[in-house]
Ligand binder design. Structure first.
Ligand SMILES: O=C[C@H](O)COP(=O)(O)O
Length: 289
């Protein structure tokens, strides 16, 4: 019996536990990484605002110096603002860092935590990533936590072991149900070739199953995104997968036409996973769910 199948037979939640479980949200998150400019902010936000719908989240993650401008331009639209990183502390003598509370102050609702590029280049560990996610949750920011295996791990059949370990650290957080997970196989990032749909679906199903061992309702209701060479051509196929709620998009998010096409694909598949109104809840009310 699979992990996921076993999970649905565990003890039912009490009513207070059920009230804390968020709802799956259809999302497209554009991570600009260290690219872009003030001009791109001023081009991209109005373009995205012209098509963004309240039931499907459209989230932009500019480099930190542009967060204020994107938050300002996105105010009173259905475009949301997200940081690419955040500190694990709320304040302190930490030159060069910024806190989740500061992001909330700007009007940001999300922060990416534990992207593989930060794990690799800045030596972020699962423990550090969990601490950052916790700091976000305490400040009312929804962390989008990246997990995923390397090419060698993929080739040697270790994907589930890697995910089990990465998710295990997150499960120690008291409010783990409020996390958004982005499955990003490292080997598919920036290559132009996304993971095959069966590979993506298997990983997402495993991720839901891992959470379902602790709470079967949460396993089915948490938002799980895919990232790794998502583009206008493959988005429809990825969004059609039953356990994929959306995408964390890198290079294609720097082109407004491509991002609009990806978002349009998400809108077309919106009814299959996301609940109407869920994006509104994700933007502001997950802390109380
Ligand atoms: O955060 C985004 C991911 O790393 C995917 O990047 P990519 O779409 O350029 O492969």
């Amino acid at each position: 019996m699979s992990l996921f199948a076993r999970a649905v037979h565990t003890t039912p939640l009490t009513a207070p536990d059920q009230a804390r479980v968020p709802t799956r949200v259809r999302m497209v998150v554009g991570n600009w990484k260290m690219h872009g400019s003030l001009a791109l902010c001023r081009e991209m936000v109005p373009a995205m605002a012209s098509i963004a719908q309240p039931d499907t989240a459209l989230v932009l993650c500019p480099p930190a110096p542009y967060l204020g401008e994107v938050a300002r331009l996105a105010a009173n639209t259905d475009v949301q603002c997200c940081a690419q990183n955040v500190a694990d502390a709320h304040s302190g003598a930490l030159t060069g860092e910024w806190s989740a509370g500061m992001l909330a102050d700007l009007g940001c609702r999300y922060a990416i935590v534990g992207h593989s590029e930060r794990r690799r280049h800045y030596h972020e560990t699962d423990h550090m990533i969990a601490a950052k996610a916790q700091a976000c949750l305490e400040a009312g920011i929804t962390p989008i936590v990246c997990v995923g295996e390397s090419w060698v791990q993929h080739q040697t059949g270790q994907t589930e072991v890697v995910l089990q370990h990465q998710l295990g650290t997150l499960l120690a957080l008291p409010d783990w149900r409020r996390l958004i997970i982005a499955y990003e196989p490292v080997w598919a990032i920036g290559t132009g070739v996304a993971a095959q749909p069966d590979t993506v679906e298997a990983a997402h199903r495993y991720i839901r199953g891992r959470f379902a061992t602790r709470d079967p309702i949460a396993g089915n209701s948490m938002t799980v995104l895919y990232g790794g060479s998502v583009n206008a051509e493959n988005a429809m196929q990825l969004f059609a997968l039953p356990d994929v709620d959306g995408a964390l998009v890198g290079s294609a998010s720097l082109q407004s036409d491509a991002l609009m096409q990806i978002y349009t694909a998400a809108l077309r598949h919106g009814a299959s996973a996301a609940t109407p109104g869920a994006a509104h809840r994700a933007r502001g009310d997950q802390a109380t769910e």
